[in-house]
Ligand binder design. Structure first.
Ligand code: NDP
Ligand code: GDR
Length: 373
C-alpha cells in the first residue's frame, strides 16, 4: 500500500516541491488548498491530476488552518501516514500588520491539527512535521545557531511559530506523537513568493534590465541570511519523518551573505556591475558597467536601487547563520545548492518572464508589473 501524506500549504513554495518529491516516491498526496477569489494553484498546476482520473495520486481539499471542523474532517477521511504542516501566514513584515491573524493560523492552526490527530486516535499512525523557523532565534544569542541555541523571537510571526514549536514538542512528550520540528533557515527558489527579499530582487532587477520598471526600493540591505534551496530543504523535511524516533533538526547551509550581496550577484548575472554609494537611507546602487545584452535598458550611471524606510521592520532580525551538524550526522542530509547558484537560477527564470513581458508590452498586449512588496 502506498503511503498517504497530507500537506498544508501545498500551494506555497515548499508545498509544491514537497508534493513533487513525495509523488516521485510513490506517495498518495493530499493537499489543503484555500478558497480564493482567483486561482492560487500556479505552483502545482504542472502536477495537477484531473479528479476524473481513477489512478490519480494528487488530491486537493478545500480547507483552512483556522477551521478545526474542516481539518478534522479531512484528517478523518485521509488517515495520513504523514502530515506536513507547511501552511502559514509566512511573511514576517506582514505579521506586524496582521498579528492576530498570524497567531491564529501559525500558532493555533498547528494546535488544531495536532489535536485533531489526537481526537481521531491517529497518534500511533500519523507522523507530524512542523515548519519551524530560524526566525525563532531572532535577536541571536549565539552564532552559529543550532538546536540548543536559545530563542528570542522578534516579530508576531516568530512568536506565533514559537508557540507552534513548543506545542509540537508538547504533543510528542504528552501523547507520544511522532512529531518533529524542522528549524529551517531561509530557503529560496524560482517559486519563492514575489515579496520575499531574494525574489523581489531577482524579479525587480530583471524587470529593470528589460525596461519594464525603473528602480528597486529596498529596506535593510545589511541584513545577513543563511540561504539554501527549497528543493534541498523539502528532502530534509521528509527525512525527519523516516527516522526511528522523533527529533528536532536545524536545516541550514552554514554560509551567510547580506541582502546587498544578493543584489550585487543578481546584477552580475545580468552582466551589470553595480557600485553602492551613500549611507543609511541615502544609499543607492548605481550601474558601473554593462557587459551583456541581457540588460538593454541600462546605462552606466543609472540608479537601480534606493532605500525606502517603509520596508524597515519595527524589530529586525539582523543576522542568521545555521549549524546543521545534527542533520548531517543523523539524517545524512547536506545542502547541494549554494546561495550564488540559487541566485543564478532565479535570475534566469525571472529574465525569461521579463523578456516575455517586454515583448507583450512592445506589441501593446501587456501592462507593467508592480514590484511593490
Ligand atoms: P509560502 O508563503 O510560499 O506558502 C505558504 C502556504 O500556506 C501557501 O500554500 C498558503 O496558501 C498557505 N496558507 C496561508 N494561510 C493559510 C491558512 N489560513 N490556511 C491554510 N493554508 C494557508 O511559504 P513557504 O513555502 O516559503 O514556507 C512553508 C512553511 O515553512 C511556512 O510555514 C513558513 O512559515 C515556513 N518556513 C519557511 C521558510 C522559508 O525560507 N521559505 C524558512 C522557515 C520556515 P495560499 O497559496 O493560498 O496563499
Ligand atoms: P525573512 O525573509 O524575514 O528572513 O523570513 P525576507 O526575505 O522577507 O527578508 C530577509 C531580510 O531581508 C530584509 N529586507 C527585505 N525584505 C523584504 N521582504 N523586502 C524588502 O524590500 C527588504 N529589504 C531588506 C528583511 O528586513 C530581512 O532582514 C523568511 C520567511 O520565509 C519566513 O516564513 C521564514 O520563517 C524565514 O525566512 C526563515
Amino acid at each position: 500500500m502506498a503511503k498517504a501524506a497530507l500537506i498544508t500549504g501545498i500551494t506555497g513554495q515548499d508545498g509544491s516541491y514537497l508534493a513533487e518529491f513525495l509523488l516521485a516516491k510513490g506517495y498518495e498526496v493530499h493537499g489543503l488548498k484555500r478558497r480564493a477569489s482567483s486561482f492560487n494553484t500556479q505552483r502545482i498546476d504542472h502536477i495537477y491530476q484531473d479528479p476524473h482520473e481513477d489512478a490519480r495520486r494528487l488530491h486537493l481539499h478545500y480547507g483552512d488552518l483556522t477551521d478545526s471542523s474542516n481539518l478534522t474532517r479531512i484528517l478523518a477521511a485521509v488517515e495520513p501516514d504523514e502530515v506536513y504542516n507547511l501552511g502559514a501566514q509566512s511573511h514576517v513584515a506582514v505579521s506586524f500588520e496582521a498579528p492576530e491573524y498570524t497567531a491564529d493560523v501559525d500558532a493555533m492552526g498547528t494546535l488544531r491539527l495536532l489535536d485533531a490527530i489526537r481526537f481521531l486516535g491517529l497518534e500511533r499512525k500519523t507522523r507530524f512535521y512542523q515548519a519551524s523557523t530560524s526566525e525563532l532565534y531572532g535577536q541571536v544569542q549565539h552564532s552559529p545557531q543550532s538546536e540548543s541555541t536559545p530563542f528570542h523571537p522578534r516579530s508576531p510571526y516568530a512568536v506565533a511559530k514559537l508557540y507552534a514549536y513548543w506545542i509540537t514538542v508538547n504533543y510528542r512528550e504528552a501523547y507520544g506523537l511522532f512529531a518533529c520540528n524542522g528549524i529551517l533557515f531561509n530557503h529560496e527558489s524560482p517559486r519563492r513568493g514575489e515579496t520575499f527579499v531574494t525574489r523581489k530582487i531577482t524579479r525587480g532587477l530583471t524587470n529593470i534590465a528589460q525596461g519594464i520598471e525603473d528602480c528597486l526600493f529596498m529596506g535593510n540591505i545589511d541584513a545577513q541570511r543563511d540561504w539554501g534551496h527549497a528543493r534541498d530543504y523539502v528532502r530534509a523535511q521528509w527525512l525527519m519523518l523516516q527516522q526511528g524516533a522523533p527529533e528536532d533538526f536545524v536545516i541550514a547551509t552554514g554560509q551567510q551573505h547580506s541582502v546587498r550581496d544578493f543584489i550585487r550577484w543578481s546584477a552580475a548575472e545580468l552582466g551589470v556591475a553595480l557600485r553602492f554609494e551613500g549611507d543609511g537611507v541615502d544609499e543607492v546602487a548605481v550601474v558601473e558597467r554593462v557587459t551583456s545584452n541581457m540588460a538593454p535598458a541600462l546605462r552606466p550611471g543609472d540608479v537601480v536601487m534606493r532605500i525606502d524606510p517603509r520596508y524597515f521592520r519595527p524589530a529586525e532580525v539582523e543576522t542568521l547563520l545555521g549549524d546543521a551538524s545534527k542533520a548531517r550526522e543523523k539524517l545524512g542530509w547536506r545542502p547541494e545548492v549554494s546561495a550564488r547558484q540559487i541566485c543564478a537560477e532565479m535570475v534566469a527564470e525571472d529574465l525569461r518572464a521579463a523578456r516575455r513581458q517586454r515583448l507583450l508590452m512592445e506589441n501593446g498586449l501587456g501592462l507593467p508589473i508592480s514590484i511593490a512588496s
